[in-house]
Ligand binder design. Structure first.
Ligand code: HEC
Length: 121
């Protein structure tokens, strides 16, 4: 009896902790990739203020900008990541990542950007 109560409690605690653990797991890979490939322009705070941005004539997109990110559909984000700025009629200063990131990694990245910008589309 005591034992099953204990098990029940443990299960309850584990379930309660799950959503947070899931969010971390889900974006662990994308976070790592972002910190490797995107951070120098888009910034450690994901707000477009990376170390490179100071000298750039076109400012990298602020990925925390809920309004602007919310107005941009998933396909456009994916296209921009895959083919670079030029693929979506934007600056060539946004590099293309096709060949560096896999299709799955780029799709995950879009999900991660939705998480960062608190948007969905
Ligand atoms: C060399 C600097 C640089 C790097 C590295 C970089 N970006 Fe960008 N990015 C830019 C610039 C500059 C823009 C803004 C282009 C414009 O507004 O014309 C941009 C824009 C974007 C946009 C917005 C596209 C749109 O249609 O609004 C997305 C999404 C994006 N970057 C994702 C990424 C991701 C993901 C990575 C890493 C895999 C990355 N960027 C790496 C410079 C960079």
């Amino acid at each position: 009896m005591t034992r099953s109560l204990y098990l029940l409690l443990t299960a309850g605690l584990a379930l309660g902790a799950l959503p947070q653990a899931r969010a971390d797991d889900q974006f662990a890979q994308a976070t790592r990739l972002y910190n490797t490939y995107c951070v120098q322009c888009h910034g450690v705070n994901r707000d477009g203020n990376g170390v490179n941005s100071r000298d750039m004539p076109v400012k990298p997109r602020d990925h925390t900008d809920t309004k602007a990110m919310g107005d941009t559909p998933d396909e456009t984000l994916l296209k921009a990541i895959k083919g670079g700025g030029l693929a979506v009629g934007k600056s060539i200063l946004m590099p293309k990542w096709e060949g560096v990131l896999t299709d799955d990694e780029m799709k995950d990245m879009v999900g991660y950007l939705r998480f960062v910008s608190k948007t969905s589309k």
